[in-house]
Ligand binder design. Structure first.
Ligand code: PMP
Length: 435
């Protein structure tokens, strides 16, 4: 066992010169010095299987991404006020993965910035200000993105809910009012969005935007119920609003069955926001909109972004798309994800503390409770399990409004052997805590 005190100098230096409200994972801290595909290595020579870093989508330091970026950075990196092929090539390849109506790209540097811009564009287009979000959602750390994130504004230190923000209930089939087996649950959850629209109407307003993730991340690793987005999008569009799909966590083939999360719901958003996996960890994000929305935004004021769309970022984006395709990663995510989900469901049958296993492809959540009837969150048990898993070489973390959902979204090269071993260690850990 390696003690925290080993890192006391580092922790002190960090306390002195680096923003202090950034938590560091695990009780026994880790100093990671190297990464390769789904593996991370620490300064003590230990190897870990990374089960949570979805930004390193095609794998940490994937050689194709590294080489392509190295070549570009040794050739040219500049802003986008010059003509350059990389941005055009990337915009073409990226939009080819999307429905044909989504064809104008704005490249930015983070998911927060992308959501911020998406809201600005929606407000230009609709001439309205109000935003409908899902309860517990997280959309980023800029001021506007924080306003849209109940996960932040409702939490300790948060600034509370702005009057133009409206929260719809989380369509959570495990914990919400409409549960698994209710065939109309999607429509029933969507009715809460319609309720907000009706309330706005009474004040002579209508929503500018409805935004949600297409599988809920911070909300608890939750796939949306059937017909949810279809019904919500109809309501929102009927009231003149724009529908934004935040694909920052789930996009780029991770969910296996489809390339994009919104495809699971059989809808076409008006705006799609991309981030995290798009550049394999390099700061790149994108807002992709319809021609109509792009035209409304082109209102005389320039939109310039110093780093957005630079050739190095575009090379990273191109390399990621190339690797996903060449290595058939979407299919891999489907097979390994289904395999892992079956193993986790097997564990759920043995250990009542695991009360729900859900997800698609390599985006999986396992909810942990002390008691299946009361649904009391299994805290601190879940944190003990995460810590034990780290000691056994598997890096996991928790999510959800009650912090009781094991979050599994590994780099895509995560394989069946990793899944077998992970579940074997989870079983060991669960046996150890029930001793
Ligand atoms: N949207 C979602 C769904 C996210 O999970 C995050 C980041 N966790 C963001 C937006 C913000 O992205 P970034 O941290 O790149 O600003």
């Amino acid at each position: 066992v390696i003690n925290d005190s080993d890192y006391s100098d580092l922790l002190q230096a960090r306390q002195k010169n680096v923003g202090r409200n950034l938590s560091i994972g695990y009780n026994q801290k880790l100093k990671i010095v190297k990464g390769a595909l789904q593996y991370l290595y620490d300064d003590k020579g230990r190897t870990f299987v990374d089960c949570v870093n979805n930004p390193s989508h095609v794998g940490h330091c994937h050689p194709v991404v590294v080489k392509k970026m190295q070549k570009q950075i040794a050739t040219l990196n500049t802003n986008t006020r010059y003509l350059n092929d990389t941005i055009l090539e990337y915009a073409e390849k990226l939009t080819a993965t999307l429905p044909s109506s989504l064809n104008v790209c704005y490249f930015v540097n983070s998911g927060s910035e992308a959501n911020d811009l998406a809201i600005r564009m929606s407000r230009h287009f609709t001439k309205q200000k109000d935003i409908i979000v899902l309860d517990h959602a997280y959309h980023g750390t800029s001021t506007v993105a924080m306003e849209m994130s109940p996960y932040k504004f409702d939490s300790k230190g948060g600034f509370g809910q702005m009057p133009w923000i409206h929260k719809a209930i989380n369509p959570d089939l495990y914990r919400g009012p409409y549960k698994y087996g209710d065939e109309k649950a999607g429509e029933k959850y969507a009715a809460d969005v319609q309720r907000i629209i009706e309330d706005l109407k009474k004040e002579d307003k209508s929503p500018a935007v409805f935004i949600c993730e297409t599988l809920l991340g911070v909300g608890g690793q939750i796939p949306l119920p059937e017909n949810y987005l279809k019904t919500v999008y109809e309501y929102v569009r009927a009231s003149g609003g724009v529908c934004i799909a935040d694909e920052v966590q789930v996009g780029f083939g991770r969910i296996g069955d489809k390339f994009w999360g919104f495809e699971l719901q059989d809808v076409v958003p008006d705006i799609v926001v991309l981030g995290k996996p798009i550049g394999n960890g390099h700061p790149l994000a994108a807002v992709i909109v319809t021609n109509e929305i792009a035209d409304a935004f082109n209102n005389g004021m320039e939109y310039f972004n110093t780093f957005g769309g630079n050739p190095v970022s575009m090379s990273a984006g191109l390399a990621v798309l190339e690797v996903i395709q060449d290595e058939e990663m979407q299919q891999h995510a489907l097979e390994v994800g289904n395999y892992l989900m079956d193993l986790l469901k097997g564990l759920m049958n043995k250990f009542p503390i695991i009360s729900d296993v859900r997800g698609h492809g390599l985006f999986i959540g396992a909810e942990m409770v002390k008691d299946r009837t009361t649904m009391e969150p299994a805290i601190p048990e879940i944190d003990i399990v995460v810590e034990k898993m780290k000691e056994k070489g598997y890096l996991l973390s928790t999510d959800g409004p009650l912090h009781n959902v094991l979050k599994i979204k590994p780099p895509m090269p995560f394989n069946k052997q990793n899944a077998d071993e992970m579940v074997q260690f989870l079983e060991e850990s669960l046996n150890e805590i029930s001793l």
